[in-house]
Design a protein around this ligand. Structure first.
Ligand code: ATP
Length: 443
């Protein structure tokens, strides 16, 4: 097993309310997220997304991508390779500076990221800690099969580097003029010293990045613009937007001139970084290729960059935390019943279909309704157990609408539709279900 693992995971130490444990359990029970390679005892820092998780994560990524491209001008996307020429990481500064300080307890031998420690004693047993030593957290690999000819490479430690590598190709193949943006969603890999807190700190995770290329004289304007834009976007998807805030970095990464985090409940989801000309200048220096921009009738310059770099998995986790609601028994639900109050745009299933009974053609009618809406509306069919239990199963996974087919449906082609949060029921025509649901989702 990996020597950097702590026997008592940080997740459990930090989870005083027990909420994280409940979310981990819900995620496994309902197929959102599983421990990676669980049948082999797992591997710390690696997770798999199950059927509901992958649907929810796809919704999130689509929302982000479409918002970037459709709600803004001059933004295009790429999908770069995970493995690049190793020189990229020399140029980017990661081989020298992508390091984390690690301290070990002399008594229990648990290991900690020194930045996370409050005092000089072990948080697990109170023992004495060693002086921190730094470790590079890039994940190395080898390319090639013949000994002696193998090349050492790295899995990308941050997804954004491929955007700088493709800057000139994008510019040459499109009609973009500065300012413009390139976006990407992709995996990044880090040998984190203390993976933990479920999806919060993994060794393989997904990032969404915007790199906004602009004239140096306009950096402040665009930095402020993207800071506000990104906060507005996050606020529109969290149930408790008051838990979102900015954190200004005093200690800056090697490339940054100014940096803010967008946090949920004091924990980072996304970084907004003033990268300036660091990236293009470094890659120009190391590759020998000029990476500049020449406006019509004006001198050339190296574009400056505002970066917004967020964690898809962290947003997923914070949305689960934000949406998780356990009834106290005073809201029409039984005490302890769970409702995942996800924004309907993010919920993996939008509409569940239930027959009130299976007999007398009601079950057949329900299947027919399900089949008719499923091609345009992510839906789920459930005929087992009482209607109450079926509602609870859907509430627990955040399904915003449930449709019930009963005897009246056979007579007048109407169904009851129930909204997750209001728990109110309305009677509407079968032919109106999709429009009704989309109307509510987009309102
Ligand atoms: P941290 O300080 O938490 O280590 P960071 O500042 O190094 O994060 P960035 O390099 O700015 O993070 O990466 C951008 C985003 O990628 C972060 O805001 C976060 O959402 C996500 N991220 C970074 N490291 C991890 C990780 N180990 N697991 C999951 N998501 C991560």
């Amino acid at each position: 097993m990996d020597k950097t693992e702590n026997k008592i995971s940080k997740q459990v130490r930090d989870d005083k309310s027990g909420l994280m444990e409940k979310i981990v359990s819900l995620c496994k029970r309902r197929g959102f997220v599983f421990q990676g390679s669980e049948i082999y005892g797992g591997m710390q820092g690696f997770y798999d997304f199950g059927p509901l998780g992958v649907a929810m994560k796809k919704n999130l990524k689509d929302l982000w991508w479409n918002w970037m491209i459709n709600d803004h001008e001059d933004i295009v996307g790429i999908d770069g390779a995970i493995i690049t020429n190793p020189k990229v990481w020399e140029a980017s500064g990661h081989i020298k500076s992508f390091v984390d300080p690690l301290s070990e307890c002399k008594k229990c031998h648990h290991r900690f990221k020194a930045d996370d420690l409050d005092g000089d004693k072990c948080p697990d047993c109170g023992g004495e800690l060693t002086e921190p030593r730094t470790y590079n957290i890039l994940v190395p690999t080898e390319i090639g099969v013949i000994e002696g000819e193998k090349v050492k490479a790295y899995l990308r430690g941050e997804a954004c580097q491929t955007i700088y590598l493709d800057y000139q190709n994008v510019l040459d193949s499109s009609r973009l003029k500065i300012p413009f943006g390139i976006i990407q969603i992709g995996k990044a890999f880090r040998n984190e010293i203390t993976p933990g807190n479920f999806l919060y700190r993994q060794r393989e995770f997904e990032q969404w990045d915007l790199q906004w290329f602009c004239h140096p004289s306009e950096m402040q304007k665009w930095f402020d613009y993207w800071k506000a834009e990104r906060m507005g976007w996050f606020k529109s998807y969290f149930r408790q937007p008051e838990k979102l805030g900015f954190y200004k970095h005093e200690k800056l990464a090697h490339y940054a001139k100014e940096a803010y985090d967008i946090q949920y409940d004091g924990k980072e989801i996304e970084g907004i970084h003033w990268r300036g000309d660091w990236d293009l200048s470094q890659h120009s220096k190391f590759s020998g290729k000029e990476l500049t921009y020449t406006p019509e009738g004006a001198p050339k310059f190296t574009p400056n960059i505002v970066e917004t770099s967020g964690g898809v998995d962290r947003m997923f986790l914070f949305l689960m935390v934000d949406a998780y609601d356990e009834s106290d028994g005073t809201d029409g639900r039984e005490k302890g019943e769970i409702t995942l109050r996800l924004n309907p745009k993010i919920a993996p299933i939008k509409c569940a279909v239930f027959p009130l009974v299976k007999k007398d053609g009601v079950g057949d009618k329900a299947r027919e309704v399900y089949k008719s809406i499923k091609s345009c509306l992510p839906s789920y069919y459930d005929e087992s157990g009482s209607i109450g239990r079926r509602y609870r199963r859907q509430d627990e996974i955040g399904t915003p609408f449930c449709v019930t087919i009963d005897y009246q449906t056979l007579e007048d082609q109407t169904v009851t539709i129930r909204e997750r949060d209001l728990m109110e029921q309305e009677r509407i025509k079968i032919s109106e279900i999709s429009n009704y649901v989309f109307g509510k989702i987009n309102s």
